[in-house]
Design a protein around this ligand. Structure first.
Ligand code: SAM
Length: 288
């Protein structure tokens, strides 16, 4: 069965009376080499369980199931469930749940998988909800080894940006707290059906087993990052003054300078290490 073949896709969709649902970000892959590359490169451990978000017709799922010990899928679209029973019938290592990933209790769903070994995430993500899904996975605190996702190319640029570049933002710094992220490859819009308006990039985040950063208060670190980028054009003292009502601007300026930055620095200059040091200094001031 070649689920990348456009005629096969149309035939299956017709057989089950389905149409492509824009509201669920349904752009299905139509290039075998792309699907194979993603499956090959999402995890180093072939004994791993892979969590796939949004299997669609099962195109990537089949390649994952052929390579890894187990695949657990979450698909929001009820109409896809009978299709997946058909397209995945020759695999006994795949479990499909008809669930919205944002509502799913990942802790419970993956408890056995974590108890028995490595778990990684692999997905061609629906564009409309990329950042919330990434944040849910990261904030879950679950020990995924890797998160490999295909996302809009511009969002990938943002997630992989270096401190100081125009694409660097709060989400870049937050992601850097959890692990190291690299772009694997670009995928042209023409490799999907229907073709989206933009190109995509596959990125892989290798999550830290032991985080190299140890902020005094993680919530305060994220609050500092959020405040620093909330008003991008403002200098850091002004941006933080809006986000930290309990400290005045002069106090915040002094803290920023004591961390080795100039008083007119902007948030996008600070690396995750800088943000950890800054939030620790803010913590000390608040708890003085
Ligand atoms: N994996 C397939 C492929 O690569 O061809 C389909 C990818 S398509 C970009 C995104 C898939 O995610 C669709 O099947 C869509 O129905 C599903 N989806 C969208 N929102 C979802 C959500 N909140 N939870 C779970 N699945 C979702």
């Amino acid at each position: 069965m070649n689920l990348c073949d456009v005629r096969t896709i149309k035939q299956i969709m017709g057989m089950y009376g389905l149409h492509f649902k824009k509201e669920f970000g349904q752009n299905f892959l139509t290039e075998n080499f792309v699907v194979e590359d993603i499956a090959d490169n999402c995890c180093d451990d072939r004994n791993a369980t892979i969590l796939e978000i949004g299997p669609g017709l099962g195109t990537l799922t089949r390649e994952l199931a052929a390579r890894y010990k187990k695949v657990i899928c979450l698909e929001i679209d009820t109409g896809m469930i009978p299709v997946l029973q058909y397209t995945l019938a020759d695999f006994d290592n795949v479990t499909v749940y008809n669930q919205d990933v944002m509502q799913a209790d990942l802790d419970e769903l993956l408890a056995d998988a974590f108890a028995s070994g490595t778990v990684a995430v692999c997905a061609n993500l629906p564009y409309y909800i990329t950042t919330p899904i990434m944040m849910k996975l990261l904030e879950s605190g679950l020990p995924f080894t890797d998160i490999t996702v295909m996302i809009q190319a511009e969002v990938a640029d943002r997630l992989c940006a270096k401190a100081g570049s125009k694409d660097y933002g709060a989400i870049t710094a937050v992601l850097a707290y959890y692990g190291t992220t690299q772009k694997l490859f670009k995928v042209k819009a023409g490799c999907f059906m229907p073709a989206p308006k933009v190109d995509s990039t596959v990125i892989r985040t290798r999550l830290y087993k032991e985080k190299p950063y140890n902020p005094k208060e993680t919530a305060l670190l994220f609050r500092t990052i959020k405040a620093a980028f909330e008003q991008r054009r403002k200098t850091l003292p002004n941006a933080l003054a809006s986000g930290f009502g309990e400290l005045d601007k002069q106090t915040l300026t002094d803290i920023i300078v004591s961390c080795g930055h100039s008083a007119d620095v902007r948030g996008e200059r600070l690396s995750i290490e800088d943000f950890v040091a800054l939030s620790d200094a803010i913590y000390d001031k608040i708890h003085e």
